[in-house]
Design a protein around this ligand. Structure first.
Ligand SMILES: [Zn+2]
Length: 427
């Protein structure tokens, strides 16, 4: 089935090399026409970003137009070349080596590369093969302790940024909104790469909403526009001045702030970063689709609320039965940041407003944000005056679109939602 060939050792991986030199202040900068790179593109480089596609799946299958090269990820040795375009299945064998079809390749880290550019990957979901997706760069696979597979996509950062941008904006957003999103996505990714290097993590980001939504190669209009936005803002990140050093930070963003941005306190350690202090007023997001800038009153009975809370946080059972709920603390712009659960015998339990909201409605389809007025009527919780959709921290995406429609450039939009940032060329 395979043709084994002599090894062509792949180019050694370039280390993560970051040059954070301010290139221009945001106020006077037009991110749509960035200055030419200060250094030749190939003299300073950055390693591929490691996107986790699966933490532990029983198997995967792949194929690629033009065939596939299989390499030992540890030695760089080419293990096999597949010329046909059939699906091949990867699984873990005893001892942690990986099998492709019937063949045990003896490698513990398998790289799957397509000379044509992208390989198609399908992962099992609910006992069936999931929808195949095209991934540029390489797929890296290793066995997990439980005998499953851990799957990464090793992909060029700019390619990743283009794809994320396409998935994180509404398709009809304006060009400057795409560009602002591209800079936010790149900054978030770069911050994650630096964090992962410092902690020795196995991956930089995951492919879903916990990080940024990444769908691999997208051959549609948003995919093309995302790539154009990445290209127009290539290597540019948003930074804040930390006593003379330009630093990247986790550029959080969410769909609709609802009027004022959330404080970084909801995510702990980011709370003291100047660009994430929150309280940025924004009515630009009033153009968002109905029921997200302002959403309908939601009622939940106390027994139902108790069931949802205990289902997510078992320790809450110790204060039950739940007698009431109140806002214990508000933050930037008057948004609730801490919720107090009132239990039997005067016992209480505090949790963050964001965790409380997600316990009430994990998908955020009804309780769409933490910006609400909360009151009790009898044994019913009432969420009133709901405003916004998402966590509300950092960049407001529909506000970004509103500002782009009003003629603002990407740099101005980013400086508005992340106060004090400037645009910096990272590499
Ligand atoms: Zn907004």
């Amino acid at each position: 089935m395979y043709t084994l060939r002599p090894t062509a050792r792949p180019r050694a991986g370039l280390g993560l090399l970051i040059l954070l030199a301010p290139c221009f202040a945001v106020g006077g900068c037009d991110a749509s026409s960035p200055a030419p790179p200060a250094v030749p593109a190939d003299s300073l480089s950055i390693r591929d970003i490691r996107v986790r596609l699966a933490a532990d799946v029983p198997r995967l299958r792949f194929r690629a137009t033009g065939g596939v090269h299989l390499l030992d990820g540890e030695t760089g040795k080419t293990l096999a070349e597949i010329a046909d375009e059939e699906w091949y299945e990867v699984a873990a064998a005893d001892g942690g080596s990986l099998t492709v079809g019937e063949a045990d390749l003896g490698a513990k880290l398998l790289h799957i590369a397509s000379p044509a550019g992208s390989a198609e990957l399908s992962l099992p979901r609910d006992g069936q093969w999931g929808l195949p997706r095209l991934y540029p760069g390489r797929l890296a696979v290793r066995a997990t302790p439980s005998g499953g597979l851990f799957v990464l996509n090793l992909v060029d950062l700019e390619t990743y940024v283009g794809s994320v941008t396409a998935s994180e904006v509404a398709p009809r957003f304006a060009d400057e909104a795409y560009r602002a999103q591209a800079v936010a996505a790149r900054t978030y990714a770069l911050y994650a790469m630096l964090e992962a290097e410092a902690s020795g993590a196995t991956h930089d980001v995951s492919g879903g909403e916990a990080s940024q939504v990444y769908s691999g190669y997208r051959d549609d209009a948003p995919g093309r526009r995302g790539r154009e936005a990445a290209e127009a803002t290539r290597a540019i990140v948003a930074t804040w001045d930390d006593n003379g050093r330009q630093r990247v930070f986790p550029t959080y963003y969410s769909a609709v702030c609802g009027g004022v941005s959330q404080s970084g306190a909801i995510f702990g350690k980011a709370s003291d970063l100047p660009p994430l202090r929150g309280g940025v007023e924004c009515d630009y997001c009033s153009i968002a689709p109905t029921k997200s800038y302002r959403w309908d009153t939601v009622t939940i009975s106390l027994p139902e609320a108790q069931q949802r809370l205990v289902g997510r946080y078992s320790e809450i059972a110790s204060i039950c039965p739940l007698m009431g709920v109140e806002v214990a603390e508000t933050g930037a712009g008057g948004r609730p940041v801490r919720i107090r659960l009132l239990g039997a015998g005067g016992r209480t339990h505090d949790l963050s407003a964001e965790n409380f909201r997600l316990a009430m409605d994990s998908r955020g389809r009804e309780v769409k944000s933490t910006m609400f007025d909360l009151r009790m009527k009898g044994s019913t919780l009432i969420f009133e005056n709901g405003r916004g959709f998402g966590h509300g921290l950092g960049l407001c995406q529909w506000g970004m679109e509103g500002q782009a429609r009003a003629g603002r450039h990407a740099g101005e939009i980013l400086a508005y939602y992340y106060p004090g940032v400037r645009l910096t060329r990272a590499y």
